[in-house]
Design a protein around this ligand. Sequence first.
Ligand code: 5RP
Length: 218
Amino acid sequence: MTQDELKQQAALRALDYIVEGSIVGVGTGSTANFFIDGLATMKDRIAGAVASSEASAKRLAGHGIRLFDLNDVDQMPVYVDGADEIDASLAMIKGGGGALTREKIVAAVADKFICICDATKRVECLGRFPLPVEVIPMARAQVARQLAALGGRPVLREGFVTDNGNIIIDVHGLQIADPAAFETTVDGIVGVVTNGLFARRGADVLLLATAGGVVTYE
Ligand code: 5RP
């Protein structure tokens, strides 16, 4: 099975978690795109969706799924999204697509974070995937120095601007022993908007697509 087929399997399994009549929080990326396409098959049974990026909003709207502004939503049973890495405690690195800030905000409103991944994303220790950090542009050099002092190798994501008008610094060479503590440390650097560690609030459910089928962790 190809990696895309595995992503699709995990994504379609997440449809089992959708609460009829509810507003669904929707992530960003290729796995989330498979989820959006699956959600379209049951669009008449949901109220609509909140998107975590302009790209996902466009795809949802293309399927005729009603979009809600997060500020008009006070309750959302589930948020469904992929990840770049996920560990045994269901802490994640996200933001490979650069949507980490809105992803973290939408996920914060949801009761449950359902993570959909192919098996390559499961790791023992987070950090092999470079940690994305969204930064206010004028703070680029200052933040890069602080990230280097924490032991990483900061690399500017060239030619990329987030949906919020900021830049992304990808931090290479990390081995993150305590993801929640490191998330707090990086968020504490002046000029950082968000970092791609989702550890203080990790996933509640992982749907991991393997060659043998989709395995559920919770
Ligand atoms: C985007 C993300 C994505 O969830 C992450 O990059 C995984 O992407 P994909 O499903 O394409 O492998 O965090 O900001």
